[in-house]
Write a protein that binds this ligand. Structure first.
Ligand SMILES: Nc1nc2c(ncn2[C@@H]2O[C@H](COP(=O)(O)OP(=O)(O)OP(=O)(O)O)[C@@H](O)[C@H]2O)c(=O)[nH]1
Ligand SMILES: [Mg+2]
Length: 698
């Protein structure tokens, strides 16, 4: 296998709304570059990057995967990422180690909810973006409409560098606005094309579009602006250099035209990647030193080795597979590297390049390139590997907190021990899931980004680790809090033969603002409770508050101050003060007006405008508060805050109400008080559940 230098590499992440054609596009790229013999199709389950059984079955990318193509002696690393909202954390991970994003947009639907999410994520990283307008062969595909939605929703600086030749079914090629050449494709998916003059019918449109491109390139660069004013245009060299630097600077976002399925425009897309997007040598990576100062790291293979781990795959047979980007130096086969995040030495075996699931051994992976290695012992996602003497680490990918929890139950009793080990492996692979045990009900909880995310995780658990589980209905992570302040008293006294037990405390409780969790204040003066017993009082209150008061949910957002108490020289001990603390808490709750809180979600719904009225009505019915409405072309965007408990069935509703044309995005916003009549139900359900658990345990 060849080893590539930084200046000859392009690292691009394919991101965009689900179904825009990212995976199909990766397949066409690999085919046109001669990396694969067979042009794989998503619909036939034969692509390189959707190789996982579940991905093939569902025809959707569920996890980021790597591939690479050589084009014009440059190595293009492709990171194909999921477009379904539940799995967007992998798109973020991909963007973090890419030098540019290919934002793939469906020419029929234009910008959709996840297009905006990935656009923002790329913007947060100040990444250059190349917009790929795909599916131009479909009915109702339109460059103009899609461009308008991109300019409204993403950036005014999205600008075509190509125009499509032919429309819908007769889409057959592209005109390049820089070279002013037409590329017309064979209709047999071979990706073969002929180069020719711009068709006469298009010359006027091409001239206008080229002018617009030149003007935009001139606009973002002062020197070019001057030249533009003097000469009325830019020379070809100025246009090429200006377009490249404006794209690298994320000031301009060029748009190219493709059909990934018909294999049209893909070689020109590859040219655009190589010509307009930066190599790692153009875009140093920023790390942080021990003091928290930024350190700019050039992608220089002669510098000390440093690598950032952006993804981990848990394979029960091959062990862990660690994917890394080499920031500087080179990661070599059979070498030692230090894990600076975990302070441990790692021994590396074969370093590989990944083409989907296929691994190719390499002697080394140099600065700027992306590689993988199996069986590291401690290293996980977000770790920095490198030479011990260098104290730089790299910014972590921020994974979203889970928004939904399901209780899971092994189908066979013997699997209980296996679950925990396997789940921890899956958590390593996907930091946006969480596995825990409910302290009240003792149930095993699997939390993730949505129903599909949970289902896919459960399927992985079965397929890879042979653990079959039942999914119970999702659980809402309610909390409890108090609305009033009060003082309370707890005294534990017991006289049994020899030693007695004695603990006594007085506390004040008061509400705190939402999100403050819990505070404990020791306000004892003059030793009414001896120092050594104060932690016991706190422990008693802590235990009691995590068990809740009304319905068994943890109590949050309040402060407890212990201000008085008494003790007994002989009978006082820690246990007695712990019990006194817990009794005081219970006493306080009888007057502190306890109440139940529920998580509220930020929801954004995208749907054709005809459905807007019905969808708003439905959200109102779900106790939603509509925050705003926007129209973009024929799409309406509704923003609302809706309690999580009302959103559990939303996916199904939206699909059936809009015939599959609506989509939505949801993330956690805050906790809010549950209306009284619903609290009664929650309390009754908790009681019934507790009774059930007790019966079971007998
Ligand atoms: N007509 C047409 N269909 C396309 C084109 N590109 C992709 N498709 C089809 O669109 C569907 C979705 O394509 P994918 O490549 O899986 O889309 P994706 O963006 O990877 O979707 P996720 O993995 O869910 O994010 C498949 O049925 C493809 O065959 C295209 O250019 N034209
Ligand atoms: Mg895909």
């Amino acid at each position: 296998m060849k080893v590539y230098d930084a200046a000859t590499i392009r690292n691009v992440a394919l991101v965009g709304h689900t179904g825009s054609g990212k995976t199909q596009l990766a397949s066409a790229i690999l085919s046109d570059a001669g990396m694969i013999n067979r042009f794989g199709k998503v619909d036939e389950g034969t692509t390189v990057t959707d190789y996982d059984e579940d991905e093939i079955a569902r025809k959707h990318t569920l996890t980021a995967s790597l591939a690479y193509a050589e084009w014009n002696r440059q190595k293009v690393n492709l990171i194909d990422t999921p477009g379904i909202g539940n799995f967007l954390s992998d798109a973020k991970a991909g963007l973090q180690v890419a030098d540019a994003a290919l934002v793939v947009v469906d020419a029929v639907g234009g910008v959709m909810v996840q297009t905006e999410k990935v656009w923002e994520a790329a913007g947060d990283l100040n990444l250059p973006r190349l917009v790929v307008l795909n599916r131009l062969d479909r009915e109702r595909a339109s460059l103009d409409r899609a461009l308008q939605s991109l300019r409204e929703a993403c950036s005014r600086a999205v600008i075509p560098v190509q125009l499509p030749i032919g429309e819908e079914k007769s889409f057959k090629g592209v005109v390049d606005l820089v070279t002013k050449k037409a590329y017309t494709f064979e209709t047999n998916e071979s990706g073969k094309f002929t180069e020719g003059a711009v068709p006469a019918s298009m010359t006027a449109a091409v001239d206008t579009a080229r002018e617009a491109l030149i003007e935009m390139v001139a606009e973002v660069d002062e020197k070019l602006m001057e030249k533009f004013f003097e000469a009325g245009t830019l020379t070809d060299e100025e246009l090429v250099a200006g377009l490249r630097s404006a794209t690298i600077g994320a000031k301009i976002f060029p748009l190219v035209c493709t059909s990934a399925l018909a294999n049209i425009g893909v070689p020109q897309l590859l040219d655009a990647i190589v010509n307009w997007l930066p190599s790692p040598a153009d875009r140093p990576y920023t790390g942080v030193d021990k003091e928290g100062h930024d350190v700019v790291c050039e992608a220089d293979e002669k510098k000390p080795t440093q690598a950032f781990v952006w993804k981990t795959v848990a394979d029960p047979f091959a062990g862990r597979i660690t994917m890394f980007r080499v920031i500087s130096g080179a990661v070599k086969t059979d070498s030692n590297l230090y894990n600076k995040t975990r302070d441990s030495q790692e021994r590396l075996g074969h370093v590989v390049l990944l083409q989907g699931k296929t691994q190719a051994n390499v002697a080394e992976v140099k600065a700027g390139d992306i590689g993988a290695v199996a069986k590291l012992k401690d290293t996980l996602t977000n770790d920095t590997l490198g030479e011990r003497a260098i104290s730089v680490t790299f910014p972590a990918i921020v994974f979203p907190e889970p928004v939904l929890s399901y209780a899971i139950e092994p189908k066979s009793r013997g699997d209980e021990d296996k679950i925990s080990g396997s789940m921890h492996r899956l958590e390593e692979e996907d930091p946006s899931i969480k596995y825990s045990r409910d302290p009240q009900t003792k149930e095993l909880l699997l939390s993730g980004q949505g129903q599909l995310h949970i289902e896919v995780t459960v399927a992985k658990l079965k397929r890879r680790f042979g653990v079959d589980v039942n999914l119970k209905p999702p659980r809402i992570p309610y909390r409890e809090t108090i609305k009033g302040s009060t003082e309370a008293h707890g005294r534990h006294k017991k006289q049994t033969g020899g030693h007695g037990q004695f603990g006594d405390c007085k506390i004040r409780v008061e509400p705190l603002p939402r999100g403050s969790d819990f505070e404990f204040v020791d306000d004892i003066f003059g030793g009414s409770i001896p120092r050594q017993f104060i932690p016991a009082v706190e422990k008693g209150i802590q235990d009691a508050r995590t068990r809740g008061y009304l319905a068994g949910y943890p109590m949050v957002d309040f402060r407890v101050t212990v201000y008085d108490g008494s003790y007994h020289d002989v009978d006082s001990n820690e246990l007695s003060f712990k019990l006194a603390g817990s009794l005081a808490f219970k006493d306080a709750m009888t007057r502190a007006r306890p109440t139940i809180l529920e998580p509220v979600m930020n929801v954004e719904v995208y749907a054709p405008s005809d459905f807007a009225g019905d969808l708003m009505g439905d959200l109102n019915g779900r106790r939603g508060r509509i925050g705003g409405m926007d129209t973009r072309g024929s799409t309406t965007i509704i923003k609302a805050q809706v309690p999580m408990s009302e959103m559990l069935t939303y996916e199904q509703h939206l699909t059936s109400a809009t015939g599959g044309r609506g989509s939505y995005h949801m993330e956690y916003s805050h906790y809010d008080e549950v209306p009284a009549h619903l609290q009664t139900k929650i309390i009754a359900a908790a009681k019934a559940e507790r009774a059930g658990v007790e019966v079971e345990e007998v």
